[in-house]
Ligand binder design. Structure first.
Ligand SMILES: Nc1ncnc2c1ncn2[C@@H]1O[C@H](COP(=O)(O)OP(=O)(O)OP(=O)(O)O)[C@@H](O)[C@H]1O
Ligand SMILES: [Mg+2]
Length: 248
């Protein structure tokens, strides 16, 4: 494997007496779509929080492009190329789709001097490109709150992409609660992010994960129990065991 763009090394997280993560190591190849799956409460979101800097691990290291970022604040990691789409929706429902994207782009560009002389037309071009990329050009002037669930997730992905050149994009259950049409559209959108970007995906829809992931890490009770290509994960006895009775 090429050198990892993002790695977790021996991550442990304790909440009081409770161990949410134990000895989690993970290497994400550049340009790959790496999925993290596992039963409810396995520690998937906690691992995202550690990787993105919202939560400091009790043990272990996070390495981004060879740099130890374990103690680096979340916003500093964003500047190093990490972009996150949150499980809880992040958009301004009363603004238009285009306005949401413009705000996301400005939030990143805001304190850089070029934005003042590069001007409005450059920003408009950037927003148009983002709309195109996430398939929302025809709905640019819609109120964001009127988009379907899938449309809103597409907008959130667009907002993550608005960050200047994000290298790693984190998506936590982007398909949750979607109807079948939206699932197909959003699945294609996520797959199209690689190899230009690197994607970390948490998702319970196993059919989609097996279809689009390059590599899958399975967590159960805070520990990795399997890692490999989709075909190997599908055949893995420990994975089947972990999912028995979980209803997934
Ligand atoms: N801040 C916290 N304080 C205490 N316990 C927590 C905290 N955050 C998470 N946990 C616990 O850690 C465990 C892992 O939670 P986490 O949200 O990472 O699971 P998950 O794999 O994302 O689950 P789901 O599939 O339901 O989203 C759970 O038992 C949860 O209750
Ligand atoms: Mg979660």
């Amino acid at each position: 494997m090429a050198e990892a763009l993002l790695a977790a090394q021996g991550i442990g997280v304790r909440f009081g007496e409770f161990r949410a993560l134990s000895e989690v190591s993970l290497a994400v190849a550049p340009g790959s779509l790496h999925a993290i799956i596992g039963p409810n409460g396995a520690g998937k979101t906690t691992l995202f929080n550690v990787l993105t800097g919202r939560l400091a691990p009790t043990e272990g290291r996070v390495v981004l492009a060879g740099q130890d970022v374990t103690r680096l604040a979340a916003h500093r990691r964003v500047h190093l190329g990490m972009a996150r789409s949150f499980q809880v929706t992040n958009i301004f429902a009363d603004l238009t789709v285009a306005e949401n994207l413009r705000l996301a782009a400005q939030a990143v560009a805001g304190n850089e001097p070029w934005v003042f002389w590069r001007g409005r037309s450059a920003m408009a071009a950037k927003v148009a490109a983002l709309l195109e990329q996430v398939g929302l050009s025809a709905r640019a002037d819609w109120r964001a709150g009127d988009l379907s669930h899938g449309g809103q997730r597409a907008l959130e992905i667009g907002m993550a992409l608005a960050a200047d050149n994000p290298r790693v994009i984190f998506l936590d259950e982007p398909l949750a609660g979607m109807g079948i049409d939206d699932v197909h559209r959003t699945k294609d959108l996520i797959r199209a992010l690689v190899p230009a970007r690197t994607v970390l995906l948490i998702e319970h829809n196993m059919r989609v994960v097996l279809d689009i992931a390059d590599r899958i890490t399975v967590l159960a009770q805070g520990r990795p129990i399997a890692e490999g290509a989709p075909a190997a994960i599908r055949a893995d006895a420990a994975v089947r065991e972990a999912y028995l009775g979980s209803g997934t």
